[in-house]
Design a protein around this ligand. Structure first.
Ligand code: GTP
Length: 308
């Protein structure tokens, strides 16, 4: 707990109290556009909600055809767009205290006047602190779902994705499969080559995994040497093909370690989501298939359905 020394006691300040009351009444009774914008923005830390509010307030003063915002948030480029472009555009880099918080571009069929450009700057000036906070919040939210070593989704991200997939299968009859991959005898890599090489192997395995799957599939690292791939629109047979592709890609990797190179293999467990089952059950079935793959010699793929 942080403890700071108490503030010195002062006598009541009637004049200051009166000033505060007057300031409050003015603030409350005549919320001009900037006041209203700042108040609205302070009600949320969601970047897309804030940008919607900024666009709503801006369009009343500076009519535009399109409002676009983009910003690199961690590994992802965040894009927000409303409306369709026009030949004239003005672009503003959103900077505060030496840091950039994205680029805002307005498009319009008619040229923007100098007064209008100044007005945009005023609105950005009023909004920038709130936008900065939303960018920081978004980056923190993303970090909490990202594995620090490999940059892919972590266990929490995987659990959220499984729950979402489970809901979609129930509601829209979607077909989802899950592959769990666990590197074989990875402890030996660490013991022989050290943790630095072990870490490098995990990064290279991540790259191989991402290259072996479609962009609509998502890859997670949910344990030390354990990875998961979530495959939408994929039945069990296709998921087995993907698992085998992943397994071969990992087997083909060679990672330099001093005078020799390291090779690793992986065991894979596959489970198709069954209607009505919870994400925990689904994960447990994939894990059971993985356990069988380990038990039956490693460097192979097993499916839950073939077990029971
Ligand atoms: N370098 C590195 N090693 C890790 C990391 N996380 C976990 N490990 C190591 O992964 C190894 C996992 O060992 P085990 O659970 O015994 O599994 P294994 O040796 O792969 O054996 P099987 O899974 O049975 O084939 C341990 O040595 C952990 O220290 C990491 O972030 N970096």
């Amino acid at each position: 707990m942080k403890h700071i020394s108490p503030f010195p006691l002062t006598a009541p300040q009637p004049q200051k109290l009166a000033e505060l009351r007057q300031s409050f009444e003015e603030w409350n009774s005549e919320p001009g556009i900037l006041n209203r914008l700042v108040r609205r923005l302070s009600a949320t830390l969601k970047l897309d909600a804030q940008l919607t509010m900024l666009a709503e307030e801006m369009v009343q003063v500076i009519p535009f055809d399109a409002f676009q915002y983009r910003h690199q948030l961690g590994r992802q480029e965040f894009m927000f767009t409303t409306g369709m472009g026009g030949p004239h555009r003005c672009e503003f880099r959103l900077n505060l205290e030496g840091e950039n918080f994205g680029t805002l571009t307005l498009h319009r069929r008619k040229r923007f006047s100098n007064d209008e450009l100044q007005a945009v700057e005023m609105l950005i000036g009023a909004a920038i602190c709130a936008l900065r906070n939303a960018c920081h919040f978004s980056a923190m939210e993303q970090a909490s779902l990202t594995d620090a070593l490999t940059g892919i989704g972590n266990k929490r991200a995987m659990e959220e994705a499984l729950q979402k997939a489970q809901m979609l299968t129930g509601r829209h009859n979607e077909t989802y499969s899950l592959i769990l991959c666990d590197l074989d005898h990875f402890k030996a890599v660490n013991d022989t080559c050290g943790h630095v090489v072990g870490d490098l192997v995990l990064k290279r395995v991540t790259e191989a995994l991402e290259s072996a799957v479609r962009s609509s599939d998502s890859v997670y690292r949910f344990g030390g040497e354990e990875f998961a791939v979530l495959l939408p629109h994929t039945d069990q047979n296709d998921a087995v093909d993907v698992a085998e592709r992943v397994r071969s890609a990992i087997e083909a990797l060679r990672i330099d370690c001093e005078e020799h190179s390291v090779a690793v293999t992986t065991s894979c467990g596959v489970a198709l989501h069954r209607a009505g089952e919870g994400s925990g059950q689904w994960l447990a079935r994939a894990d059971e298939a993985l356990y069988r793959a380990k038990d039956q010699g490693r460097n192979c793929t097993r499916v839950f359905a073939t077990i029971s």
